[in-house]
Design a protein around this ligand. Structure first.
Ligand code: CMP
Length: 139
C-alpha cells in the first residue's frame, strides 16, 4: 500500500471540550505522521466547499452552522493506509455505532457534534487538504 496523506479536523466541540491533545495523540500513537497543523476559524465559504457533497441533506445547514461557530484544528497526516486508519480511529458517525476505543465511541453522543472529521477517499483527501492548507504549509 502506498503512503497516503489525509485531512483530519478537530471540530468546534473537540476544541471547546479541551480534547485537542487527546485527539491528536490517538493518530500519533497509531504511527501516523503529522504533516500540517493549525487552529482555524472556518469561514462559511470554506465549510460549504468542504461539505459540498452533503448539500441538500437535512442536516446540512446545522452542520455548516456548527462548523463555523468557533475555531477548529486542521491536521494533515501521512502514513500507510492513513485514510482508512484515520476513519477507524475516529469511529462511526452515528454515536450508537461508534465502537468504544474510537474517539467518537469514547467521547461523543451526538451525530453532528461528533468531535472529528477525516477524509473518506484519496480524491477527497487531496481536495480537502487543499481547502485547509496551502502547499507551503504541509511538510
Ligand atoms: P463528518 O465525518 O464530518 O462528515 C459529515 C458530517 O455531517 C458528519 O461528520 C456529521 O457531523 C454530520 N452528519 C452526518 N450524518 C448526519 C446525520 N444523519 N444527522 C446529522 N448530522 C450528520
Amino acid at each position: 500500500m502506498e503512503i497516503e496523506k489525509t485531512l483530519i479536523l478537530v471540530k468546534p466541540d473537540g476544541v471547546q471540550r479541551g480534547l485537542i491533545g487527546e485527539i491528536i495523540s490517538r493518530y500519533e500513537r497509531k504511527g501516523l505522521t503529522l504533516i500540517g497543523l493549525k487552529l482555524v476559524q472556518l469561514s462559511r465559504a470554506k465549510a460549504e466547499e468542504l461539505y459540498e457533497v452533503h448539500l441538500g441533506q437535512p442536516f446540512y445547514d446545522k452542520l455548516i452552522d456548527f462548523m463555523t461557530t468557533t475555531p477548529i484544528v486542521a491536521i494533515g497526516v501521512e502514513g500507510k493506509n492513513a485514510i482508512q486508519l484515520a476513519r477507524l480511529i475516529n469511529g462511526a458517525t452515528d454515536p450508537l455505532e461508534s465502537e468504544p476505543g474510537s474517539i467518537r465511541g469514547d467521547y461523543s453522543t451526538d451525530i453532528t457534534e461528533n468531535l472529528v472529521h477525516a477524509s473518506d477517499c484519496l480524491e477527497n483527501a487531496k481536495r480537502e487538504l487543499s481547502i485547509l492548507f496551502s502547499p507551503q504549509e504541509l511538510c
